[in-house]
Every structure is written in C-alpha cells, then in structure tokens.
Design a protein around this ligand. Structure first.
Ligand code: CTP
Length: 445
C-alpha cells in the first residue's frame, strides 16, 4: 500500500484545497492529512487564521479524500510523521517548490500544481477593515511593522493634529499614508481608527469616531476620566462598535495562559501580588510626559491588568505613594487591599527596580521574570522544589500583532472582546487613574 502525506492550514476551505487533496489522494492508496494547530500557525507567523482547528479538520474530512487526519504541532514533525506512519510520498502545492526537498532523505517528495487565483489569505483580505491612523507618535512605527503579520486590515489614511514637538519623537512611517487635513474627512473614509495621539486629545478623538460609527483601537492608558469611559462604552455597545484599548500584554498568549493557570487553583488562594514596571526614560522623559503623563498614566495599566484579572475589581482600599519631580509623578507605589488579599505595584519613569511579577498563594507562587509584560516564560514554584514547573510560550515580535488580530476578529465577527482587556477592565483602570489625578489617598514622598 502506497502511503501519501500532505499538510496545510485549510483555513476558509476553498477549491484550491479540494483540488490539492484530490490530486494527493490520486498519488497513492492511503492519504494522511496534517492540519496545523492554532498555536503552531501562530509560531510560524500565520496570525489570523479564521477557522478554528476543529472546523478546519471537519472541512478536510468532508472531502472524503483523507484516510487519516493528524494535527501538526511543531517544526520537524513532518520527519517524525513520515517515519511513524511509514509514508512513501510527501506532497504539497507548487507554491512550496524546493522548500521540502530535505524530506527526500525520508520519502519521495512531489510538488503538485497549485490552483491559480485563490488562497485563504486572499479570502481573508476580502472586505478588509479600512483603518485610519490617528496621531503620529513613535509607537506607530512598531504598530505598522506588526500590522504586516495580520491580514484583513489595511491603512487607508492618516491624520494628526499639528503640535510643536520635536520631530525626532515622531513616527517615520506616518508620512507614507494618504494624509487628511481634518479628522472628520479621515473618519468619512474608514471603518475603524487606531488612536496613538497624546492622552489629552484622546477623549475627543474617541467620541468623534464613535459618533460617526467607527470602531476604535486606542493606545493605553484608556484615559483618566471615568465618566467619559462609561459614556464611550455605552455608545460603543449601543452602536455595535468595537472599542478596544491597545495594551499588548492583555492579548499575548503566555500572559492569558498564566492567568488561567493561577485561576485554576494551582497556587491555592491568592494572597498577594507584586507587579512592577519601571523605566529610566532619559532624554525621552519629557516626550513621554507629553504623550501620557507621569508614572501612573504611562505604565500603571500593565500592573492594573494583572491585579484586576487575578483579584477582581472589588478592592476595599487603594492608596498611592508617589514621588514627584517638577510636578510630575516619576515613581509611584500603588497599594490595594482586598478582602483576604493585597496587591502592590511600583511604576516609575525615572527610576529602576526589578520588573518582575510575583503571585503568591497558599500552596505556592508564580514568578514571571522581567519583563513580565512581554511574558513568554514563567515558573510555578512550591515549598517542595521537586514540584516546580516552567512554562514557555513564544512572544512574537513586539507583541502588538496579537491586539491587532483581536481587533480585526471582533470587528469581522461582531464579537465581544473575549481576551483579557474587556470593558470592565477599561473602567477599572480608568477609575484608578481618575482617583490618582483627583488626589484620592495620595501620599507624596
Ligand atoms: N493550495 C493549492 N492551491 C491553492 C491554495 C493552496 O494547491 N490555490 C495547497 C497548498 O499548496 C498546500 C495546501 O493547499 O499544499 C494547503 O494550503 P494552505 O496554506 O492551507 O492554503 P492557502 O490558501 O495557501 O493559505 P494561505 O493563503 O493562508 O497561505
């Protein structure tokens, strides 16, 4: 019996896939189809596959050509599968010509002609989200670079208000997009906006976008006006618009998994959280102050995400102990007291401390080393060190691609944000910033 094996993602199953499977089956007597796992696809740069693994497997099954379906989970698995299943022929479409020649050592390699004029990427790119860029801060360059990994979204124009800040702090990529002189004229041309303007301008920008029925992805922090946040969320919900805060940690794979692990009780009841994020910004300090403000506004969103996700929003007390330089909070400790738990966070924009995250419980603790906000590794530690375990997940690039994927998914599927940074979180974060700026429980040192 001649065994054939082929692999693919088979997203949004199309005629090209069908033809390929038919031809693959015709090469032998028994066809094994490897379907990529969601995690494997992400690790090889395919970020917004539309269909989940079960749907993709079902679609392959429905063709009736596959005698066996396996899930492809890691680089190098093809060699293992060929040996394990005694495969005679490995085949794949001609777009991969030459790429899999190394498998000739294990079996025959056949490149089948690819069906012209169709691909999953092409289907995903139909009805792309037309995005307007609002603001030209440095973060935009990273955002644009990360957008290249996400299909289904394209920038159609850009707008930034005139201000007087040195151009070296500006995005170099901003100018490549069609420029709009007014925000309203840009809004007329887009489905959604990405707002990276200074925090003081953002409320007005968010309000106008929602008013015109546009989806919004806005940089963190969401804001310091709680009432405005409540209004925006209400408007977005009533109009069926996506309103998202861009805080990369909330959307990256490892952080979400770490939260679920702790929630599953592996460290017992959580008693304490310590989450720090500190930077010495040097010559970029004034620019950061201009964009967001001091330490709480610039960095507080990260530890607040961890604290709220793990302990909830029902804290009994919060206090801020803050150090000011020229009227700006450059280092602040935020202390939370919950019923039966405490949380503390040190944020700084002109001082340095260990930037780790420690979650302590009655059975053990989780340690996430710095920079925990780009989590790709964490440890579960116990009194008995033999029980310790380590967890690794890849954090791709700058991590912004994860939030862009989620933004596109929510828009296209008119779905609720189902990852960590939902509307409740936005409200809780905004509340903390408003308390701080209104000088509630603020002690200066
Ligand atoms: N394939 C094909 N003809 C097409 C598209 C895909 O023969 N028009 C083949 C590929 O060569 C591969 C298999 O179908 O052997 C699965 O490909 P996959 O990567 O899942 O599909 P694409 O449409 O190429 O997906 P994408 O655009 O995401 O790369």
């Amino acid at each position: 019996m001649k065994k054939v094996i082929t692999y693919g993602t088979y997203d949004l199953f199309h005629q090209g896939h069908y033809n390929l499977l038919k031809r693959a089956k015709a090469l032998g007597d028994y066809l094994i189809v490897g379907v990529t796992s969601d995690y494997f696809d992400k690790s090889r740069g395919k970020f917004n596959v539309h269909d989940d693994l079960m749907t993709r497997i079902e679609n392959v099954k429905k063709t009736g050509f596959a005698d066996q379906i396996v899930v492809e989970e890691y680089f190098g698995q093809k060699i293992d599968d060929i040996k394990k299943y005694g495969v005679d022929i490995f085949t794949v479409g001609s777009d991969w010509k030459g790429y899999f020649d190394y498998l000739n050592e294990y079996c025959k390699v056949v490149y089948l002609e690819r069906t012209k004029g169709i691909s999953s990427t092409q289907i995903r790119n139909e009805h792309s989200v037309r995005l307007g860029i609002v603001g030209n801060e440095m973060i935009l360059d990273r955002f644009i670079n990360e957008m290249k990994y996400v299909s289904g979204i394209e920038v159609v124009g850009a707008y930034a208000s005139k201000d007087d800040v040195d151009s070296r702090y500006k995005s170099v990529q901003f100018q490549q997009f069609p420029q709009y002189n007014t925000y309203e004229s840009l809004l007329d041309k887009v489905d959604a906006v990405y707002i990276n303007a200074p925090l003081t301008q953002r409320n007005e920008l968010i309000a106008a976008a929602l008013e015109k029925g546009k989806h919004v992805l806005t940089e963190f922090p969401f804001g310091f006006n709680y009432q405005k946040a409540v209004e925006f969320i209400k408007t977005a919900s009533e109009k069926g618009l996506v309103l998202m805060e861009g805080l990369k940690t909330a959307y990256c794979p490892a952080f979400g998994k770490m939260i679920s692990l702790v929630k599953s009780g592996r460290i017992g009841k959580i008693l304490s959280i310590e989450a720090n994020f500190t930077q010495i910004l040097g010559e970029n300090l004034q620019n950061q102050v201009r964009i967001a403000g001091g330490s709480v506004a610039s960095l507080g969103a990260y530890p607040l995400l961890a604290i709220f996700k793990l302990l909830g929003y029902d804290y009994k007390k919060v206090e801020f102990i803050t150090h000011q330089e020229n009227g700006i909070d450059t280092m602040t400790r935020m202390n939370f007291i919950y019923d039966g738990a405490i949380a503390t966070s040190l944020v700084a924009i002109n001082a340095k401390a260990e930037g780790s995250l420690t979650i302590s419980g009655t059975k053990g603790y989780v340690y996430v080393p710095a920079p925990w906000w780009k989590t790709e590794y964490y440890e579960l530690r116990y009194e008995d060190i033999n029980k310790n375990s380590k967890f690794f997940y890849k954090f791709e690039g700058e991590g912004l691609r994860y939030e862009i994927v989620e933004f596109v998914r929510c828009i296209k599927e008119t779905a609720e944000i189902n990852l960590l940074l939902n509307h409740d979180n936005i409200l809780a974060e905004t509340k903390i910033l408003s308390l701080f700026y209104e000088k509630n429980n603020v002690i200066k040192f």
